[in-house]
Design a protein. Structure first.
Length: 303
């Protein structure tokens, strides 16, 4: 039986507007890539694959509304020694399609479980930013066996509730997608030491096209994990936050204290970085992630 796709686009013309902006930004992707789609019960997931297929797999999940193009600052370094899969979340901005919402933590974990199964992966590294960090941690809590390492870049909600200011700053860009509201939202996310000029012009144009052309259909918002879930997590984990992070209701030290419940965790704070830390301080993040991955190699018998 055919399942009806729940479109994120406001109209067919808006779909064309988004696609043109996405394809323009992707044309500036710094390395060779393969664009492909994988079908699960939740829809068709779009991925950008880069690197040598014989290298260990590294799965990346973008932040909310950011699309996989956010990784353009990191992909050249990370794809040298890893086969990188940039995954776009069904229901969020991007080229994935949605037929069944990720309406709960269990559903979100099932989506990734099906995706990994379709990719026929053995052991793999998993890393996510913001909402992607929440989804990565959520999957690893539910299905840890094949996750060789877990990277969390400012994971949303996972260790502390989202602050009221998150909704105040971000939701107007969705409801009234003018350039001013969009710039206001993303400027709020960044450190006061940095500016929107750090974002490539084509990526800023894509963000504007996303908000103007799409209505996200994410079925859940990130929530906190319990102390029991974190203290029993058996996977080596990297938790990174910018010193000027804005998405946590509590102090960074409080959030890091909760993250420290994970038995094998590496915690790092990045100076002069806000929520877009992988772009704001890309060299530091690139080096930090590569160093962490190298400490947790995937042996051939796990592949």
């Amino acid at each position: 039986m055919d399942m009806k796709v729940s479109s994120i686009f406001r109209s067919d013309s808006m779909r064309a507007h988004f696609t043109a902006a996405y394809d323009q930004a992707l044309s500036e992707w710094p390395v060779s890539y393969e664009s492909c789609f994988v079908t699960t019960d939740f829809g068709t997931t779009h991925m950008i694959k880069c690197g040598n297929k014989s290298n260990p797999p590294l799965l990346l999940i973008h932040g909310m509304t950011a699309t996989s193009l956010m990784w353009s600052a990191n992909i050249a370094e990370w794809s040298k020694d890893y086969y990188v899969h940039c995954i776009e979340i069904p229901g969020d901005f991007g080229k994935s399609t949605l037929v069944k919402p990720l309406s709960s933590r269990a559903a979100a974990a099932q989506w990734l479980l099906e995706l990994v199964g379709e990719l026929q992966l053995g052991a793999f590294h998993l890393l996510g930013h913001s909402m992607g960090g929440f989804l990565s941690l959520n999957y690893t809590v539910a299905h840890p066996l094949r996750v060789r390492s877990l990277g969390l870049l400012a994971p949303a909600g996972s260790f502390a509730p989202l602050p009221r200011m998150f909704y105040v700053k971000m939701f107007p860009a969705v409801m009234f997608p003018t350039q001013w509201f969009i710039d206001r939202a993303f400027k709020w996310c960044m450190s006061k030491h940095n500016s929107l000029e750090l974002l490539p012009e084509s990526y800023r144009a894509l963000l504007a096209a996303c908000y103007q052309s799409c209505a996200p259909r994410l079925g859940l918002l990130p929530t906190e994990f319990t102390e029991g879930e974190l203290s029993q997590l058996p996977v080596p984990t990297l938790f990174v936050v910018g010193e000027d992070e804005v998405i946590y209701r509590h102090s960074i030290k409080t959030v890091q204290a909760k993250a420290s419940l994970i038995p094998d965790v590496t915690i790092a704070t990045i100076p002069r970085a806000g929520h877009f830390l992988s772009i704001e301080q890309k060299q530091r993040i690139n080096e930090l992630v590569i160093d962490f991955l190298r400490q947790h190699p995937i042996s051939t018998h796990n592949v």
